[in-house]
Ligand binder design. Sequence first.
Ligand SMILES: Nc1ncnc2c1ncn2[C@@H]1O[C@H](COP(=O)(O)OP(=O)(O)OP(=O)(O)O)[C@@H](O)[C@H]1O
Ligand SMILES: Nc1ncnc2c1ncn2[C@@H]1O[C@H](COP(=O)(O)OP(=O)(O)OP(=O)(O)O)[C@@H](O)[C@H]1O
Ligand SMILES: [Mg+2]
Ligand SMILES: [Mg+2]
Lengths: 228, 228
Amino acid sequence: VTKVENVTRVYTVGDVETHALRGVTLGIQPGEFTALVGPSGSGKTTLLQLMGCLDQPTSGQVFINGKDVSQLNRNQRADMRRGTIGFIFQFFALIPTLTAYENIEVPLLLNGHTPAERRKRVQQLIEAVDLVERAHHRPDQLSGGQQQRVAIARALASTPSLILADEPTANLDTENGKQVMEIMTRLNQETGVTFVFATHDPRVFTYAHRVITLQDGLVVENGKSPRK
Amino acid sequence: VTKVENVTRVYTVGDVETHALRGVTLGIQPGEFTALVGPSGSGKTTLLQLMGCLDQPTSGQVFINGKDVSQLNRNQRADMRRGTIGFIFQFFALIPTLTAYENIEVPLLLNGHTPAERRKRVQQLIEAVDLVERAHHRPDQLSGGQQQRVAIARALASTPSLILADEPTANLDTENGKQVMEIMTRLNQETGVTFVFATHDPRVFTYAHRVITLQDGLVVENGKSPRK
Ligand SMILES: Nc1ncnc2c1ncn2[C@@H]1O[C@H](COP(=O)(O)OP(=O)(O)OP(=O)(O)O)[C@@H](O)[C@H]1O
Ligand SMILES: Nc1ncnc2c1ncn2[C@@H]1O[C@H](COP(=O)(O)OP(=O)(O)OP(=O)(O)O)[C@@H](O)[C@H]1O
Ligand SMILES: [Mg+2]
Ligand SMILES: [Mg+2]
């Protein structure tokens, strides 16, 4: 469902070059539930952004559902992602002027649902992430973990076929972290949505079927987790 | 070193009132190494901000080193904190236009050190948090964990007598998380700096001498951790 072939990503700022990815080749199959782990700065966020068509590789190719997306421009990439890929950012990227409810609803507004369908779906998600009492608050009126749960609900809203989650549990307590992993596990098992998580949280990789390890911009382990 | 007496904090937005703290009384003694835990939304960030004089209680009193600070205005509170209290925010609050090095240096600029003293101290901190290669990058050129380490180094820079850390390890891998907890433990043991951490990370409370548990804005456990 997403494949990268020999991708590199070099960030150049002034005359400083950072080789965030140094040649990564990976395929993610439909239905996977995969954790991407590795030290801070190893390139996890960078790789997720390439896999999710949010960024372009410096060299190498990226394929989404078999289509080469490496050379699409920004607008073409946005069209590619819409409805197909859901992203949970490491630091949420919520719209500050919208409430939790409205933030979660945004992906549904782009997809031609009726207001009744949207309301039903948003309320279902609000309950799933345990935010019923905070639904009409804006991000700056929410705690760190509450904001993170809004971002998670939003990524799930239009049930995309691929969800890329960057540190989804970093600000969550054990209860919510577990709840979120179980929502995602159930979605994966019942509907086959593909999940790739970048995480430092050992509680998260115990749910993963496969664990990929990055170090210094290279894949050092591409294996199966002991779970499967 | 910091004491709160029957503090409440109510956030009022339009006609919605949120009782984030409902009457908390706690004393933190000099030299403590204390974890503040509790579910998402239980009031940890709010309590840390009151203890650190970054916010005012709705009712009740806050004392810093015996002095009642509950009714100080914003400027007076800033003077109170300077040099005395170091804060690690849940989402870093780094200055985006400054490099990692410059961000870490900021507290030292306010304290009358010579340039040579500042350089020595900043370099020591940069090495301690393992950011030597990223010292001259700005926050938007750093990974999540790297930004968090800049914030940690900055809070330690002028060796304040009290450090309040909100989720200091949320974006750190095991290695860096451990390194940071050991830096803080050593500082506490060698120089008596007082630490209060709000955290969901089980790895963090194993270092704590005392664990305070919040739930729905109230302290439900004020105990010692099994470690001591
Ligand atoms: N500025 C604000 N305006 C309105 N409500 C707020 C504001 N800041 C926090 N709250 C609310 O106050 C309650 C406590 O928030 P707080 O941030 O202290 O929780 P927390 O324990 O730090 O949670 P987390 O573990 O998710 O970071 C939450 O219900 C939150 O939504
Ligand atoms: N916009 C940017 N400009 C320059 N360098 C960058 C940029 N974004 C990331 N980097 C650098 O690229 C490397 C990889 O960063 P990335 O964010 O992918 O790491 P990560 O594995 O997600 O780390 P963490 O676990 O700390 O979130 C790091 O050294 C980082 O400093
Ligand atoms: Mg990252
Ligand atoms: Mg918080």
